[in-house]
Design a protein around this ligand. Sequence first.
Ligand code: C2E
Ligand code: MG
Ligand code: MG
Length: 715
Amino acid sequence: MTKGIAGRPAATLQQIMMGVHEGGPSLCPVLLEVDEGIQLWDATGRRQFFNPATLRQFGALAEPETVGFEELASVCLDVGGLPFPQHEFPVARVLADGLPCSDVLVRLADASLPCHWLRINARPLYALGSTEMVGVLSSTVDVTQLIERAQDLQRQAHYDALTGLPNRVLLADRMKLALAHARRTGDRLAVCLMDLDGFKPVNDTLGHKAGDRLLQEIARRLEEAMRADDTAARLGGDEFALLLGGLKSPQQAELALQRVLDAVATPLVIDGSPVRVTASIGVTLFPGDAGEADQLLRHADQAMYKAKEAGKGRFHMFNPAVESRIRANQGLLKRIEEALDKGQFVLYYQPKVDCRNGHVVGMEALIRWQHPVLGLRSPGEFLPLIEHDDIIVRLGEWVIAEALRQMALWRESGIDVHVSVNVSARQFLRGGFDDRLAVMLAHHLPGLERKLELELVETAALEDVIAVRKVMEHYQQLGMSFALDDFGTGYSSLVHLKRLAVDVLKIDQTFVRDMLDDPGDLAIVQGVIGLAAAFSQQVVAEGVESIEQILLLLELGCDVMQGFGIARPMAAERVPGWLTAFQADPRWQLARSSYPMRGDFELLLMEVSHRHWLEKTRLALQQGTGLPLADYGSCRFTQWYAEAGIRRYGGLAEFREIDMIHRKVHQQAEALHACVQAGDDAGIEMARQALEAVNESLLQQLHAFRIGLIGSTSG
Ligand code: C2E
Ligand code: MG
Ligand code: MG
């Protein structure tokens, strides 16, 4: 059924028009007075009738008698502010498909008109009793006020009133979009929380108005320093959130953040007073940090506190790897406590031997975790993770108690052995260590304390010399001894060492390991041995693996050693058997020296520096990098030989023989150089083998020479 205006049956468009123009029944006055624009178009889209409201809405544009809907459409924008597509204009749609089209919202592009927003409806008109469309009736309602109110509300709900920046609500929306975008593109998104440093004093001294002005200025600077599609939001007070997207690398994020920091830190003047604030920013980078939005904000918040702690005016990057380690750590702490309760810890014992006389002087107790699933775990896998937690104290006390229990058992079976126990600084310095040790000792046979040694690693904690010394002295009086473990790696100054008055220095194994190849390490080992002698301390070398190391240490004057070269740490039940079976290695007798003379030490140093050079040559060959200098003249050994060496040993024929072999070594090295330069692979291999062979005979000769010297000086 077809209907005319206001639902009345229509005849033709003409009749309708006549009704309008002639003021047909009560229709005309209504049309002229309503606020709603009414338009009547013919079937080609030409204007037939506009009521006055239409003219008010569209202004001069609507005046020409022949204006078409296209002209009206051309001044309309869609909701997003883009030109409204003409074919989508309601009149056009009705003309095209004959169906009504309702509630289309458009914005008028002409800002001088009072009306900015229109809601448009349109419907077809048919001749009475016919299916022929004779025209289109459309209406335009001014909804400007409605829309602007809604926009206001929207703004209040999404923007911060003071600064005009997005607020928390809009931030959440923006974050969703930014995360989706980052997932799509694979770019990084920096989620940042920023807090102003020094905002409160501005507020307190210059007043709230000044504080507000400052916040507005900061907001302005943030927007200026950031890219247009990034977001700066104000969360309240002096807290802001920043989203920086499209980042190709963490470095890009850092650059952008530095820009923000600089922008914030630029001084300004408020009410005649100079004001300067800085910002502390916590940052986390998605997708490296793969959390959801609220988790990312939490991480940024944690990082912001780190930035504050680290001195403000900077940013701090959240590190997911570190954080997950901390979390894993918390799990580990719990598991270690359980393991303690379930008795999963055991002590292994590693012998310490005086290689000069072949006596076993003691055992070091080393903790192991007998894990039900993972098997035997060494302390390096769990101790470092708990050394700052109180659980290390409980574990440490278990170690001492267990070592004492074992010592008592051994004593009952006739084995009276010294045992050293590692003690963490935290455990040692914690109040009450004295008393707890006394209680533990009281549980066992008297005199056991004389067989107990405590090993302390020299750490910063031991810098509290007075506290350490107080505890130490007390027990030294009871006969207990103290060792400084891993000596050479820590902080000890000579004064510190003197005040601490430990009984034993344990040379760290890293120096022992490399002393045959690294003159620096050798010098340290020799230095520690000298120090121990000067302070009347015993010296123990740890990590001794080879016979060469043992001989060298003996020559240097270090007799007591511990290491795989003598015995590996073993379970307590294996100790008695090992003690019975133990025999000193006859080769240890080869080294008979006492502390070498200065000149002889130089000879040793030259030997090591020669080994060092050869090691570098080997490495360079392996890695295809440049070989170290090969010529005889520039060699350190040659220079020493020509002066100090000749002066000291020049009268000895063996010494001059050493020089001849040394020259040969360099000839071979130069031949090797030539092959490398010519890219002659077969030649390289031959020259390398020849070099190794002649070098081996040089080392043998040097060694024999030194032993001969020792024989002649000590014999
Ligand atoms: P440390 O006290 O310096 O113990 C020596 C470490 O070197 C032991 O490692 C031992 O097995 C290893 N070692 C001994 N000889 C050799 C060798 O010839 N070559 C090599 N490569 N290594 C050798 P472990 O048992 O893994 O202990 C590591 C560290 O853990 C210890 O170093 C000590 O600082 C700590 N630790 C062990 N047990 C305890 C304990 O009960 N309490 C505390 N607080 N720390 C402990
Ligand atoms: Mg130790
Ligand atoms: Mg050590």
